[in-house]
Design a protein. Structure first.
Length: 176
């Protein structure tokens, strides 16, 4: 018979609720507020006053991820993704594959939901995968820094299980 020792929790957020994990170089995260009244709700998605990214808005698309599914690993060589998470619960995993980066080979896990909406930058050459950890479709908007080129897509993919990224998704138990 083995005896398990309890494992002490580590600090994951500050007293104001901000994540304390260091982010991959170039990754930025801006949480937004949802304003609710008797008529419904309003949530700003992007405001130039935030000085979030210097590139103008040139292209916007919406994507969904079905419950318990994972989209990724993918990476761009020329564009940054600016993802706004709107609905559902997701785990975003980022991997820095830039040898010159101070955060080379760092992995970030970031959780978002409709209760914690936000805008996040995925810099070019940073692999990203998103897992829906909820029981309804997750909905996100992407405002990449370049419009999609249908004849020559700037998208490079790895299978979920690969020998580059030391991370494995638990597709059988994706919950928090």
């Amino acid at each position: 018979m083995t005896t398990s020792q309890p494992k002490k929790d580590y600090q994951s957020v500050s007293s104001s609720g901000e994540y304390v994990q260091p982010l991959i170089d170039g990754v930025r995260l801006h949480y937004v507020h949802t304003h609710v009244d008797e008529r419904g709700s309003l949530c700003e998605i992007f405001n130039p006053a935030w000085n979030f990214h210097e590139a103008p808005l040139v292209y916007i698309y919406q994507m969904t991820i079905r419950p318990y599914h994972v989209k990724g690993w993918s990476m761009h060589q020329e564009q940054d993704d600016r993802i706004f998470h709107s609905l559902g619960s997701v785990k975003i995993v980022l991997y820095d594959d830039r040898p010159e980066s101070p955060t080379y080979r760092m992995i970030n896990e970031i959780y978002m939901s409709e209760y914690r909406r936000g805008l996040i930058i995925f810099p070019h050459h940073v692999y990203h995968a998103i897992q829906n950890i909820g029981d309804k479709d997750a909905v996100m908007l992407n405002m990449p820094t370049k419009a999609y080129n249908h004849s020559n897509p700037d998208r490079y993919r790895l299978p979920l299980a690969n020998d580059v990224i030391n991370y494995r998704f638990d597709v059988h138990n994706p919950g928090w």
